[in-house]
Design a protein around this ligand. Structure first.
Ligand code: NA7
Length: 298
C-alpha cells in the first residue's frame, strides 16, 4: 500500500523537528514556511518545497499546520493561496498549533466544504520532546480520522490521547498549559521570596526535589532559571497567547479562573517589557526587574 503524502506548513521551533521526524520515517513530504530559508534542512532530508500552502495541500493526503496564533493558522489555511484552496477531497487537515476550540471548529467547518476531514492535535512538550519525537499529542475529531493519521502522529509523539470531538484537543491543551503557567509563576514567586529572605536558591531547589510535589520540570527548567538561562524552548509570547486563549475559553464557558487571570497579566507585562522572544521562564527576570539572574552558589 502506498504511504500517505504529507504536507507540513510552519517550520518554526516546533514544526521543523516535527517535520523532520515525518521525513525520516519515509513519508513523501512537501513543506512550506513563510520564511523560505527555514525549509532548507527539510529539503536536505528529501522533502520538496512548496510555493504556497495551497500548492503543498494540492500534493498531499494529510496536511499538517504548526504556526503561532489562531489568526496565523487562519491566514495559512483560509487566506489567499491558503491550504484550503489546494485541499483535496478525502484529505485530512491536522492543526497542531495551540489555538482556541472556536478556531478549531471554524477550520473544521471550512475543511468540510472541501469534503475533507479535520483534527485539532496540539502537543504537550516543547523543543526537546519535539526533537526527540516524544511529544504528547491531544487530538480532537472523529476516531476513524485519528486512526488514519495515527502512524504519522506516532513519528512525532510517544503518547496520543483522543480528547473528544473537534475542539476538545485544543481545550485540553489550554488546560494543560494553564497548569504549566501556574507551576512557573509559583516557582518564580517562591524563588523571589527565597532571595528576598536571604536564603540559598540552590537549597530551595533541593527542598523541592525532595518534596512530595517534586517534578522533572523543576529539574530541567528550575536549574536553567537559577543559571539565568532563558534560551527559548517555548517562547514567552506564545505562553502569553495561550493565557489569553484560556481566559477567553473560561469566559465563554463561565469557568472561574481568578488566579489564571492574574498570571495572564504577568505574562502580558513581561511581553510588553520586551521578554516575548525569551523562554516563558523569563518571568523570573521580569519580576527581578531585569536584575542579574540568580547565581547558583559554587
Ligand atoms: P515559532 O518558533 O514562533 O514558529 C512559528 C511558526 O509559525 C513559524 O514557522 C512562522 O513562520 C509561522 N507563522 C507565524 N505567523 C504566520 C503567518 N501569519 N503566516 C504564516 N506563517 C506564520 O513557534 P513554535 O514552533 O514554538 O510554536 C508553534 C505552535 O506550537 C504555537 O501555537 C505554540 O503555542 C505551540 P516564520 O518562520 O516566522 O516565517
Amino acid at each position: 500500500m502506498s504511504r500517505e503524502r504529507v504536507a507540513f506548513l510552519g517550520l518554526g521551533t516546533m514544526g521543523a523537528p516535527m517535520a523532520a521526524h515525518i521525513a525520516k520515517a519515509g513519508y513523501p513530504l512537501i513543506v512550506w514556511n513563510r520564511t523560505p530559508a527555514k525549509a532548507r534542512p527539510l529539503i536536505t532530508l528529501g522533502a520538496k518545497a512548496a510555493k504556497s500552502p495551497a500548492h503543498a495541500a494540492a500534493e498531499a493526503d494529510v496536511v499538517i499546520t504548526m504556526v503561532s496564533r489562531p489568526q496565523d493558522v487562519e491566514d495559512v489555511v483560509l487566506g489567499p493561496s491558503g491550504a484550503l484552496e489546494g485541499l483535496q477531497a478525502g484529505a485530512v487537515l491536522v492543526d497542531m498549533s495551540t489555538v482556541s476550540p472556536v478556531t478549531s471548529r471554524k477550520l473544521a467547518g471550512a475543511v468540510a466544504t472541501k469534503h475533507a476531514e479535520f483534527l485539532d492535535a496540539p502537543v504537550v512538550g516543547s523543543k526537546g520532546p519535539a526533537t526527540d519525537g516524544t511529544l504528547v499529542i491531544l487530538v480532537g475529531g472523529l476516531p476513524p480520522t485519528l486512526k488514519r493519521c495515527e502512524p504519522i502522529l506516532r513519528t512525532m509523539g510517544k503518547t496520543i490521547i483522543h480528547a473528544g470531538n473537534v475542539g476538545c484537543g485544543s481545550a485540553l491543551k489550554l488546560a494543560t498549559n494553564l497548569m504549566l503557567g501556574h507551576l512557573s509563576a509559583g516557582f518564580v514567586e517562591a524563588l523571589i521570596l527565597v532571595q528576598a529572605a536571604g536564603l540559598d536558591p540552590q537549597r530551595f531547589l533541593e527542598v523541592v526535589h525532595a518534596s512530595p510535589f517534586a517534578s522533572p520540570w523543576y529539574q530541567t527548567k528550575g536549574v536553567g532559571m537559577l543559571k539565568g538561562d532563558f534560551t527559548p524552548h517555548f517562547a514567552l509570547k506564545h505562553m502569553r497567547k495561550d493565557f489569553e486563549l484560556m481566559c477567553g475559553l473560561a469566559k465563554e464557558t463561565r469557568a472561574a479562573v481568578p488566579v489564571t487571570e492574574a498570571i495572564r497579566k504577568l505574562f502580558a507585562e513581561a511581553e510588553s517589557a520586551g521578554k516575548g522572544e525569551l523562554d516563558y521562564s523569563a518571568i523570573l527576570a521580569h519580576l527581578q526587574g531585569n536584575a542579574p539572574a540568580v547565581v547558583t552558589p559554587s
